[in-house]
Design a binder for this molecule. Sequence first.
Ligand SMILES: *Cc1c(COP(=O)(O)O)cnc(C)c1O
Length: 443
Amino acid sequence: MKSLKEEDPEVYKAVVDELTRQRDGLEMIPSENFASPAVLEAIGSVLTNKYSEGYSGKRYYGGNQFIDVIERLAVERAKKLFNVPHANVQPYSGSPANLTISFTVCKPGDTVMGQNLTDGGHLTHGWKTSLTGMVFNSVPYHVRPDGYIDIEEARRLAMEHKPKLIWIGSSAYSREFPFEEFSKIADECGAYLAADISHITGLILAGAHKSATPYAHIIMTTTHKTLRGPRGAMIMVTERGLKKDPELAEKIDKMIFPGMQGGPHNNTTAGIAVALLEASTPQYREHGHQVVKNSKALADELMKKGIKLVTNGTDNHMILVDLTPFGKGTGVFVQDALDTAGITVNKNTIPNDPASPFYPSGIRLGTPTLTTRGMKEQEMREIADMIFQIIAAVKQYQLPEGKEERAAYIKKFKEEIQDNAQVKSTRSRVLDLCKKFPLYPDM
Ligand SMILES: *Cc1c(COP(=O)(O)O)cnc(C)c1O
């Protein structure tokens, strides 16, 4: 980054600091990953300079012969890997992609159905503060008290409210998604089924999670999570989707451009193409299976230590820890203490959370980035011990009942945690472990 260093030392410093943070910590937010150096080179390339509204072969600007090559590579690779007849690789990110899908198959006021946000669902599946919840009539389904998706409730609500669009796939769910059951529900009520596989794309491509292709009409995935590509998204239409509406592919394309977006981010498209090539290798398959093996090893070890997990385990890359035995709304303390020790997670609601979404009673953990660094089951057991130590170190902290007292209490907690001996010793264990698994060694 020679030029950046010379021209803008402030931005340069923040980028270097962020690289150091990623290297020296355990990044356990399940929606994150480390893209390969090849992907990073593609997204940092001159492709960012070019305008190319339209699709390959049909552009509104000249000079797109090489952009066409790149977009076609990304599209063809996506079609082949996901076994779908149509792929659009232009969505800027997952949220605009989901809005696009919603507007393609629904009119304002129509009913949409998705997993409720505080039950693990994504904002864009109809939550009230998202455009998808403002423009459409949202009827969410939930998880059962045991943490599994309530398929019976979803069926009952679907028959009663006749949604035009049903979402399956979410952001905080540690079990296999019931694509087949939801496909039947969608058929019974006449809805489109959109599988949002953002979190589990990499697992699907590795064969470590059931594919959505035989069941959904439309598939959306972000490209920066388990897929390990740049920040972006893809919308795919399946054979089932084309059977339901032979024009569905054209409708999606038109709703992306000109409906929703202008020029595609060609550097991102190139990064997606590279990530898809990487995802077609035997090493990637092995990686995807290891992500799940690591997640299961981490879950087993946490449970052995008496930590409660939602659904008592995991099928995928993610674990939801239920902290209610330590008090309600304690996710914030565990998240901050782990962060201080160099383990990054996010606080998360658990099913029927006794506290509020802002002060939830759980944390969400994931193994994708740890696996990308090369860690295996043995390291997961060590990390489980670190997490256990941190939970033990903060369990005397309880969220005050009075809303006014909370800010001051948390501020005091944050100060105290800096000097906590247990947190300090965990920080050095984290550093030792990170040194054994260097990240971006050539940068
Ligand atoms: C991450 C995610 C999205 C949104 O992606 P952004 O790129 O953050 O807009 C949509 N759906 C699900 C299930 C996700 O996990």
